[in-house]
Design a protein around this ligand. Structure first.
Ligand code: ASP
Length: 303
């Protein structure tokens, strides 16, 4: 935990359960956020700058590194942005585009706050949002690991047998899989020197998952929240996080005056040890991160 009174504060995460070898990617993202603060001074644009860097990194489960769906070909991505100037935007299940967080930012300028699936993709085409359809060797390797995990006896998610996915298969083609979940969203929370807060998050979802699956990341109050007392982003297994409205719950504790570290830990303690979960937050005076798994992270706090 750090005291941030008076200046800016940035906290970035690379996903609960993701390798801490990727910390350099979070540090780079945090530096980009600082640069953006130097240019615009805008908390949301700084959070988006950080998330954009991690989407482009290729190692995180977001943007170019997003996990492949069970069919080994489809990538579905979710992203969200929110700040204390009233900007709020989210996308879910978008395919074949670059930087979903920038699409979420664009949605914030429409009459709506959330676009999903084909409509989100058509919106991307309408505003000439750049396409991205390249599947990397890193993504293929991740998919091989998910397939192997499904073939084993370990549950594919806490309390869920692997073959549950086969029974409800909703992909176009027939399953060619034998029947450990992988997930690791990226996110950033920022407090700007003017006292505004911003949050941005992006994910390739969880693996394994059925087509059309949406976790917590683009759901306001579950995966993210920003208000006058701070900003919070969550990572981990979305199916569990949404049940606790985790981001808003932790925000409320901070708003009520609970020390930030205690609020984060209390949020983590809502979950059993088998559920990967992580949180980052900034408040008017503090900044911090907590997870019950390895979680690459970085923070930059001004004097
Ligand atoms: N929360 C994300 C989801 O469930 C995954 C993650 O944070 O790793 O889609």
């Amino acid at each position: 935990m750090s005291n941030t009174q008076g200046g800016h504060a940035i906290v970035v995460h690379g996903g609960a359960g993701s390798s801490c070898d990727y910390t350099d990617g979070c540090e780079r993202a945090a530096r980009y956020a600082v640069e953006e603060l130097g240019i615009s001074g805008d908390a949301l644009e700084a959070a988006i700058a950080a998330v954009t860097v991690m989407e482009d990194d290729g190692r995180f489960n977001a943007g170019r590194g997003s996990v492949l769906c069970l069919d080994g070909a489809t990538v579905e991505m979710d992203a969200a942005v929110m700040d204390t100037r009233g900007r709020l935007g989210a996308v879910a299940c978008v395919q074949g585009i670059e930087n979903p967080v920038l699409l979420a930012r664009a949605v914030a300028d429409t009459p709506h706050w959330f676009l999903a699936g084909e409509g989100a993709n058509r919106f991307a085409a309408a505003i000439r949002h750049p396409a991205w359809n390249t599947i990397s060797e890193h993504q293929r390797e991740q998919h091989r690991q998910v397939r192997e995990a499904l073939a084993g006896s370990a549950p594919s998610m806490p309390g869920v047998r692997g073959d549950a996915f086969l029974r409800f298969w909703n992909y176009r083609g027939a399953p060619d899989l034998p029947a450990a979940a992988a997930c690791d969203t990226v996110g950033a929370v920022v407090r700007a020197a003017d006292g505004h807060f911003g949050v941005a998050s992006s994910t390739g979802g969880s693996a394994p998952s059925l087509l059309g699956r949406v976790g917590d990341t683009p759901i306001i109050g579950s995966g993210f929240y920003a208000g006058p007392a701070g900003a919070v982003a969550a990572t981990g297994i979305g199916e569990h996080i949404v049940r606790h409205l985790l981001a808003h719950r932790v925000y409320s504790w901070i708003e009520d005056g609970m020390p930030l570290d205690r609020a984060l830990q209390r949020g983590i303690d809502l979950f059993g040890k088998d559920v990967a979960v992580g949180l980052i937050a900034v408040s008017r005076t503090e900044a911090g991160a907590r997870s019950n798994r390895d979680m690459p992270q970085a923070s930059i706090i001004s004097d």
